[in-house]
Write a protein that binds this ligand. Structure first.
Ligand code: PMP
Length: 417
């Protein structure tokens, strides 16, 4: 009998039967509070009736219409709708299936549009697992171990990680600007740099929000040197951070936005958004794929956007995110085992550290496992997997946040003795 690959290691022992809202149910009927949301994907909760209905109707009409062969209505309609929520000027879209493919598409486009070979990424960033995206990923050595040579032309610059560098609110701006100076002092050839790729909040890298002065400074210098600013909104887009886009918190204008995850409540779809002018610089034949912008995924994405608007999920993420962050901070304050609790909207991470401030992977993972045993599913992130992250669906309500915090408080009290 065939076995699943040993690569498919699970963070929890749960085998899911079905999902509903923020809950998952296993085959024995046990209920779990799902604070993973499929790694930030099921934005409207599991199997939202409107998303289910839209997908079911589309399955009966057209499942696949390959977009370089024929166009289909769901893709046209989704493009129109995304045009209403994307930053001004980003009026052209190209679809793919996964976050990594969107990163690749943006990398190809940036190089073609500028004629320059290099890109700058930021320490702790995660952009995916194709060879190019792995090379651009520095949130853990495991993501690119053992398959060198990686892609050339990637420069890694510091990310304004306030906790790691010991900044407080007073000093953050000054230090962030110094980091920018350092970036340009060490960037050997700005005029050979095609693009900066940055997440507004480091996701896999440990839920670290960026800094306004840093992002705005990056924008200014990108303009000075003709470098494109690519904002990876794959984990932070579609209301996750309590504003529609993660970069809305920092009032910065992107040249390219990468989208995936929360867009379609679990159906695989991703894309890049740019101005028509920039998008027209892609070389014919260099972008594409068999499945990109699948008709059922587009229909599910349309329904997802409708639900996000109708149910006020961006505001809900902001309010519930504050509740979650404050609750997690109170729990973190009671134990020296948690060095920092941070986040933005419904992205909240608790970083486990040893008494001398080193990453404490063992305690974080013990806490994550114990929470799962008590019915609360969460994941870890960070270079050392020592940050326990909470990332529930945007439909989560106040009682469910309280229930999760209650379990988390007990787990932390027991595990971090
Ligand atoms: N960029 C970011 C910011 C992500 O969080 C992820 C996935 N965690 C990716 C890119 C890659 O997406 P995928 O796993 O769909 O390839």
């Amino acid at each position: 009998m065939a076995q699943l690959s040993p690569l498919l290691k699970q963070a929890t022992p749960v085998v899911v039967d079905h999902g509903e809202g923020v809950y998952l149910f296993d085959s024995d009927g046990r209920r779990y509070l799902d604070f993973t949301a499929g790694i930030g994907v099921t934005s409207t909760g599991h199997c939202h009736p409107k998303v289910v209905q839209a997908a079911q109707e589309q399955v009966g009409k057209l499942i696949h219409g390959q977009y370089t062969t024929v166009m289909h209505q769901p893709m046209l309609e989704l493009t129109r709708r995304l045009g209403e929520v994307l930053p001004p000027g980003l009026d052209s879209l190209f679809y793919s299936n996964s976050g990594s493919e969107a990163v690749e598409a943006a990398l190809r486009l940036s190089r073609q549009a500028t004629g320059r070979p290099n890109v700058v990424v930021f320490h702790g960033g995660f952009h995916g697992r194709t060879v190019a995206a792995s090379t651009m990923t520095t949130s853990g050595t495991r993501f690119s171990a053992g398959f060198s040579p990686l892609m050339s032309g990637v420069h890694v610059a510091p990310f304004p990680n306030a906790y790691r560098y010991g900044w407080d609110e007073r000093t953050a701006t000054e230090f962030a600007l110094r980091e920018l100076d350092y970036l340009f002092a060490t960037l050997s050839a700005p005029n050979e740099t095609a693009a900066f790729f940055i997440e507004p909040v480091l996701g896999e890298g440990g839920y670290v929000p960026a800094n306004t002065a840093f992002l705005q400074g990056l924008r200014e210098r990108a303009d000075e040197h003709g470098i494109l600013l690519v904002i990876d909104e794959i984990q932070t887009g579609f209301g996750r951070t309590g504003k529609f886009w993660g970069h809305d918190h920092f009032d910065v204008r992107p040249d390219i936005v990468l989208i995936a995850k929360g867009l379609a409540s679990g159906f695989p779809i991703s894309g890049i958004a740019a101005s028509k002018e920039l998008m027209s610089k892609a070389w014919p034949g260099s972008q594409g794929g068999t499945y990109g912008g699948n008709a059922v995924a587009c229909a599910a994405a349309l329904a997802t956007l409708e639900v996000i608007q109708e149910e006020g999920l961006v505001d809900n993420a902001a309010a519930r995110g504050l509740q979650l962050l404050e609750g997690a901070r109170q729990i973190g304050d009671k134990t020296p085992a948690i060095g920092d609790v941070r986040g933005l909207g419904l992205l909240v991470g608790s970083e486990f550290t040893t008494p001398d401030g080193k990453p404490d992977t063992a305690t974080a993972q013990a806490a994550q496992k114990e929470a799962a045993a008590r019915g609360l599913l969460m994941l870890t992130c960070g270079a050392h997997m020592n940050v326990v992250r909470m990332i529930p669906a945007l439909v989560v309500n106040s009682e469910q946040i309280d229930e999760a915090l209650g379990i988390w408080a007990d787990v932390v009290a027991d595990v971090a003795k």
